[in-house]
Design a protein around this ligand. Structure first.
Ligand code: LLP
Length: 414
């Protein structure tokens, strides 16, 4: 459930009217609901109950400082994939001791930055990374806490671009190599083995792939125990899907319950890395219709938002619901909702039944995750404003970029 509802036929974000927010800050804009973010985070946290655990929100989903800060205040941990994300977490008041660092291409500088910050764990993804981390920690006279990300070779049944747990994917360490690499890590002087992790893909709507992955990694943990390698935590990654359209992903409660049965009787701390499940439905992308245009067999609503602002529809053929901020009575027509960018692939939605006129506001739902974080300046379009509502108040949490910022840092030849 989220807090974007029609009240008296006008779309509201919590207790604020979205039309007022758009009038104040302009469009396009991203709009987040604090109550929804908190609700989704608590849903995870409560679902795991008294079992020792950390909810490490995946920063890549939405890294706005205000979003991170709202979650940090709840006691959230964070899953990061770059030095930039670590810096954001610290800037937002996040606790480095609750940070896990994922990603296949950590640089030596990023490793040193994270070691100095005192993060909870590095999720190591290859033998080469393991050796490098040992060296970097040695140079700093430190021990790096590590987990190995195992690729359990399960099919997450999701879009190929966001499926990560198959052998053919670049992520993680193959099952066959896992034991040998754990023994190597155990023997290296500047590493401390803490855990095991996996992340099999994103927008999963079934439980079974998660459960299969857990089974495979638990078997590995047992083998390691026989060799004297003690695993303290199990990081199940992120990936729980959300409802964009008709999908019926498991509720965090059912997801956690199913997983917990696997861990009964084990002394493992659990780590979760949800991104989408917390942020997606806590955000909208609000855009204004500039022009209506018809050709022989299509109606286009040309809006001021575009693929550079919200790339999911273009990149993954993702379907996100598009609704009017102030619905009009009367007949609807099928519209393609397209932006001003010079690409045929620049659309937010196709074939949507709407009754719209130039000047109307539309809201693209489920845009709180992988929306702004994937935005670019393509076509020299300034990145849009981000606003967060909190009850009957709203706050500008990122200013709309100014034109001069477009070429900041660029230089002419002498
Ligand atoms: N942990 C790791 C190691 C990840 O790679 C990811 C996402 C997550 C956690 C969070 O997954 P989530 O709970 O959000 O599914 N841009 C794509 C999604 C890419 C996901 C990448 N990894 C999209 O817009 O659908």
């Amino acid at each position: 459930m989220d807090h974007f509802l029609y009240k008296d036929d006008v779309l509201c974000a919590e207790d604020c009217q979205i039309a007022d927010i758009a009038a104040q800050y302009g469009t396009p804009l991203y709009l987040y609901s604090r109550a929804t973010l908190e609700r989704h985070w608590h849903a995870f946290d409560k679902a795991v109950g008294s079992v020792p655990h950390m909810i490490c929100y995946a920063v890549k989903a939405n890294s706005n400082l205000a979003v991170l800060n709202v979650l940090a205040r709840l006691g959230s941990g964070f899953d990061i994939v770059s030095g930039g994300e670590l810096a954001r977490v610290l800037e937002a008041g996040g606790d480095p001791a609750k940070v896990v660092f994922s990603g296949v291409g950590k640089t030596r500088d990023e490793m040193a930055q994270a070691l100095r910050a005192g993060i909870h764990c590095f999720n190591v993804e290859s033998a080469a990374e393991l050796e490098t981390l040992n060296e970097v920690a040695g140079e700093l006279d430190m021990q790096a806490p590590i987990s190995l990300r195992i690729n359990p070779d399960v099919d997450a049944g999701t879009h190929p671009y966001i499926s990560t747990g198959l052998k053919e994917n670049k992520f993680g360490i193959a099952m066959e190599e896992a034991e040998g690499l754990f023994l190597r890590a155990h023997a290296l002087p500047h590493l401390k083995v803490k855990g095991v992790d996996c992340h099999i893909g994103s927008q999963l709507t079934e439980l079974n792939p998660f459960l299969d992955a857990v089974d495979r990694l638990l078997a590995l943990i047992d083998t390691l125990a026989e060799q004297g390698v003690v695993i303290e935590h199990f990081d199940v990654g992120g990936g729980l899907g959300v409802t964009y359209d008709e999908e019926t992903p498991p509720h965090p409660d059912d997801y956690a319950k199913a997983l917990l049965t696997k861990f009964e009787g084990r002394q493992l701390t659990l780590i979760f890395e949800p991104g989408r499940a917390i942020a997606a439905n806590a955000g909208l992308f609000v855009t204004q219709v500039l022009y209506l245009k018809e050709n022989s067999d299509k109606n286009f609503a040309i809006v001021d938002g575009a693929m550079n602002d919200l790339i999911r529809p273009s990149l993954y053929s993702a379907w996100q619901k598009i609704i009017p901020v102030s619905p009009r009575a009367g007949e609807t027509r099928a519209f393609d909702i397209v932006g001003p960018v010079c690409e045929t692939g620049d659309f937010l939605g196709k074939n949507r039944q709407l009754n719209v006129q130039a000047g109307d506001l539309l809201a693209v739902r489920s845009a709180g995750a992988y929306g702004f974080t994937m935005a670019s300046n393509y076509n020299s379009r300034p990145r849009v404003a981000e606003v967060m509502v909190d009850g009957d108040k709203h706050y500008l949490v990122r200013e709309r970029e100014k034109l001069v910022q477009l070429w900041q840092g660029e230089h002419l030849l002498p």
